[in-house]
Design a protein around this ligand. Structure first.
Ligand code: PSV
Ligand code: MN
Length: 430
């Protein structure tokens, strides 16, 4: 396997930090043992945790006002894979990459697969893009894609999704995420029901092209770019469409795609209950779809989402939702943000595994609201950092990924090796 950061440097970093880590780990093991919990079981949860990196996340994002590129940004999908390799090398929590087409469409998918293999990376879900016009395409998506009134536009958008499936098959992906920005900016612009009917008609054609072992993930988003109404705006519409399409269609929950204060963990519980929770795009938000770093604003919400996932996993041990990050990094080094975010999502998974579920259930049964809430809080308040660091160490990663990355000088090397060039593949700025 190709390791981008010199492994000797990672080992040196770990050797320096290991004694302190061991002391913190032993102290936490004692605290947990007094609560009847085995720290080793939690280390295993952390070691097995995995979240996919979005290929579009390793470039600097931006807003519709401006983009301020960082130094040494990846200029093509191969350089993006290299950055993803660094993230996985140091965190050991991101073994797959989720590609966005055509932003990261490889001319030679097999060559890309070989490169990914060399970094120990696989491919997660592939994402289609019919929210932008691409150079040379015949029809415009200005007035929608899968919902467009013009059948030629819908046919082009359907075909793009089918093309994504074909490339994904070569790469070893097992699913397609479909998000469309289709909607209206004026009351009356759309026949609200007609737009959804056209979406369903298009989605059925995509669904029909799915291989047997693939799933289609329907991602909803409240608003933007359409500011009056969005065709697939909420989990109810997403659920209805997934139900109509069939068993291979599931709903994808992007944490940023809800109205402020929405109870996202309840959406998660509902979708899981009815067998339609397909996966997540993790990020955080304060006002709207801000695409902020996971866990940076509301880590308690992230924990409560994972609390529902633990419950769902206990009811159905085969339950395996897809986990991806989907963020936009405007002011940080994207590699650092993605490493930190992967760790924050992993943290929520471990904290949720810490919940004393028997006690919680008993408090719920006896209507002891205060103690039920405190049972969750006790898990959430536990600083599981030593567990996460130990999991990384045992999996061959870095005890402190950001510190190790900074010390490696990787970004400075990239700045020399990757002078900016025109027409580089895009990052997510929506
Ligand atoms: C839309 O805002 C979204 O969340 C979808 O997942 C897109 O594929 C991605 O962002 C593009 O950045
Ligand atoms: Mn998303």
């Amino acid at each position: 396997m190709t390791t981008t950061i010199d492994t000797a440097r990672v080992q040196e970093h770990n050797a320096r930090a290991q004694e302190t880590l061991q002391a913190d780990f032993d102290a936490l093991a004692g605290v947990l043992a007094r609560r009847g919990q085995d720290i080793e079981q939690l280390v295993r949860v952390a070691q097995q945790f995995a979240v996919a990196i979005p290929s579009w996340g390793v470039g600097t994002g931006g807003t519709r006002f401006a983009r301020f590129p960082g130094k040494g940004e990846p200029r093509d999908v191969f350089e993006k894979m290299r950055d993803c390799g660094v993230i996985h090398q140091l965190t050991r929590a991101t073994p797959t990459v989720s590609l966005h087409f055509p932003w990261d469409l490889p001319q030679d998918p097999q060559a890309l697969k070989d490169v990914a293999d060399s970094y120990g990376l696989g491919f997660d879900l592939v994402n289609s893009n019919t929210f932008q016009d691409q150079a040379g395409q015949a029809e415009t998506y200005k007035f929608g894609s899968l919902t467009a009134t013009d059948p030629k536009v819908r046919a082009q958008a359907v075909q793009h999704n089918i093309d994504c499936i074909e490339v994904g098959k070569t790469l070893g992906s097992k699913g397609l995420t479909v998000w469309v920005g289709d909607g209206a900016n004026f009351p009356g612009q759309h026949n609200l029901r007609g737009a959804l009917e056209r979406y369903i008609e298009s989605a059925k054609q995509i669904y029909a092209a799915l291989p047997d072992d693939w799933q289609m993930y329907i991602e909803h988003k409240l608003f933007e770019p359409a500011f009056y109404c969005t065709t697939i705006a909420d989990w109810g519409t997403s659920f209805a469409v997934a139900q109509l399409l069939g068993p291979k269609a599931k709903c994808l929950v992007d944490l940023g795609h809800h109205a402020p204060n929405t109870n996202i963990e309840m959406i998660v519980a509902r979708l899981a209950q009815f067998g339609k929770l397909g996966g997540f795009h993790f990020n955080d938000s304060k006002y709207g779809d801000d695409d902020l770093d996971s866990g940076s604003i509301n880590p308690f919400q992230l924990f409560l989402v994972f609390n529902e996932l633990v419950d769902a996993g206990e009811r159905d041990p085969g339950f395996r939702p897809a986990f991806m990050l989907d963020q936009s990094h405007n002011v940080t080094d994207p590699i650092e943000s993605l490493m930190q975010s992967a760790v924050e999502v992993q943290r929520a998974a471990v904290q949720a595994a810490l919940v004393d579920r028997a006690a919680l259930s008993a408090y719920q049964q006896s209507n002891d609201a205060l103690q039920a809430a405190q049972t969750l809080k006790a898990a959430f308040r536990t600083d599981v950092s030593p567990i996460l660091a130990m999991a990384r160490l045992r999996n061959g990663g870095a005890i402190d990924p950001v510190a190790c990355y900074r010390a490696s000088g990787y970004r400075a090397r990239c700045a020399e090796e990757r002078p900016a060039k025109a027409g580089t593949s895009g990052s997510g700025i929506v």
